[in-house]
Design a protein around this ligand. Structure first.
Ligand code: HEM
Length: 441
């Protein structure tokens, strides 16, 4: 048990041994509960969709994510979740997301300017660089007129916050009640107080501008959040819900997308053939009309989708069964922990041809419809599927195409690349690369 806990704390990914990539369903006995590991698309459909009411988000996940996010869409349950989901849906509708294209391109421009300042042989940690980029995209799309104070302070508070919430605490895994103090909790609460101040100030200013019908008030996610009304009751969100959802979007949307971009860059650095294909497409499409850009960047998008298959940022989803059930012939007791690991599912031998090989053509025109819906779950599925999926796909595709078009990105020869799961799946030692501006003849 101690060995399992210490492995789970260091890198849960390393607990998946070879047989899990062959078995559709496996049961593991834990001291306080049963865990059922489900990697059969039919059974997954039952958990996430057909019988989703029986499988709620589990208490461990909720406890790890609770601070600051408790009133946001990621954490709420039952009727509160239903109201928030339908109120927030228009913020992530295709047309709204499409209107963020310029913000995404402008963040890519800002990163390019920074990269042009590096010496040709300088080692750059691309994961860190892309994390700053995705935070900039969210800042530009949530509060497009700035955060009022110092953005660097905000960014370092954000890093401290993610560092603390991302920690898997042995107390949480053992079910120790939440009133027992956790290591690092004091620092987290201080950071939270800072955020609440900054965000409340931004909300106040924006509310005043909207109330005064100030036509200069930006049409960004914050304005949309403040205006959002529950379509059934016409009620707006409370201040706590607006604040918690801003933090939810920042938390759920920034490291996940940064890691998608980092893994895509890593995979392309290992495949000159696909690097050239993405570059050709970028040369052809980026100079043209910005409308429908995502639909035209087919090859780049396929690379992103393949990176999400091999390195899904959310490597495991978990649920708790309320009533007993049967999954793929296996009896599930009430209060069992259900684990669906996209990392395992996406490399499952019964579902994928050459599962460990990087081959973006799986996601191109004729091949894509052959992928079973519940065999590929980077964004989850069913009612609690990721609300930001199109936002993330659009951002990753546009930014990847821009960077590949402008830079030669090469992994340092002695770089050690290994995935580690710390809430999201990221390269354990970063991604040290050379990012030289493209040599145009
Ligand atoms: C590549 C990037 C992303 C990945 C891989 C990802 C993955 C996921 C997954 C797997 C879930 C479902 C979790 C579960 O069922 O337990 C989820 C939910 C969620 N995601 Fe994302 N996400 C990404 C980007 C974003 C972005 C950009 C945003 C918002 C700006 C966002 C906001 C959310 C929210 C609010 C939920 C909760 C939805 C609900 O419970 O109704 N995500 N995400």
């Amino acid at each position: 048990m101690i060995r399992l806990l210490s492995r789970l704390k260091a890198n849960p990914l390393e607990c998946w041994s070879a047989e899990f990539f062959r078995e559709p369903i496996a049961r593991v006995k834990l001291p306080f509960t049963d865990a059922v590991l489900v990697h059969d698309p039919v059974a997954i459909k039952r958990v996430l969709l057909d019988n989703a009411g029986n499988y709620r988000k589990d208490p461990i996940q909720r406890r790890i994510l609770s601070t600051g996010l408790a009133d946001g869409l990621l954490s709420v349950e039952g009727e509160r979740w239903e109201v928030q989901r339908r109120t927030l849906a228009p913020l992530f509708a295709r047309r709204t997301v499409s209107s963020f294209t310029e913000a995404m391109l402008s963040a890519a421009d800002r990163l390019s300017d920074r990269w042009r300042g590096f010496a040709p042989d300088e080692a750059v940690d691309v994961t860190g660089e892309l994390t700053v980029l995705t935070l900039n995209v969210l800042a530009l799309t949530i509060f497009s007129d700035g955060i009022g104070g110092d953005f660097d302070d905000f960014r370092s508070a954000m890093n401290a916050y993610f560092g603390s919430i991302g920690r898997i605490d042995a107390f949480d895994l053992l079910g120790v009640p939440s009133f027992v103090p956790r290591f690092g909790r004091g620092r987290l609460l201080k950071t939270m107080a800072y955020f609440e101040n900054v965000i409340d100030e931004i909300i106040d200013v924006r509310r005043c501008r909207l109330a005064a019908h100030d036509c200069g008030a930006a049409e960004d996610l914050l304005t949309l959040l403040l205006r959002a009304l529950d379509p059934s009751t016409g009620r707006p969100m409370s201040l706590a819900e607006v604040r918690s959802n801003i933090l939810t979007f920042l938390s759920a949307g920034h490291e996940t997308t940064a890691n998608t971009l980092a893994w895509s860059t890593f995979l392309l650095s290992q495949s000159p053939e696909w690097y050239a294909k993405v570059r050709d497409e970028a040369d052809r499409e980026l100079a043209g009309d910005r409308n429908g850009l995502l639909e035209r960047l087919n090859v780049t998008r396929a690379v992103v989708e393949e990176a999400l298959r091999l390195y899904p940022p959310i490597a495991a989803l978990s649920r708790m069964s309320e009533q007993g059930d049967t999954l793929g012939g296996v009896k599930v007791k009430p209060r069992s922990l259900i684990v669906i690991a996209p990392y395992v599912l996406h490399r499952h031998e019964s579902l994928w041809d050459r599962p460990d090989v990087f081959d973006p053509s799986r996601f191109l025109a004729e091949a894509k419809p052959r992928i079973a819906r519940f065999a590929y779950l980077p964004f989850g599925a069913g009612p609690r599927t990721c609300i930001g999926a199109s936002f993330a796909l659009q951002e990753a595709t546009i930014v990847l195409a821009t960077l590949v078009q402008r830079f030669d990105m090469q992994l340092l020869p002695d770089a050690e690349v290994w995935p580690v799961q710390k809430i999201t799946l990221r390269p354990a030692h970063g991604l040290p690369m050379r990012v030289a501006p493209r040599h145009v003849n």
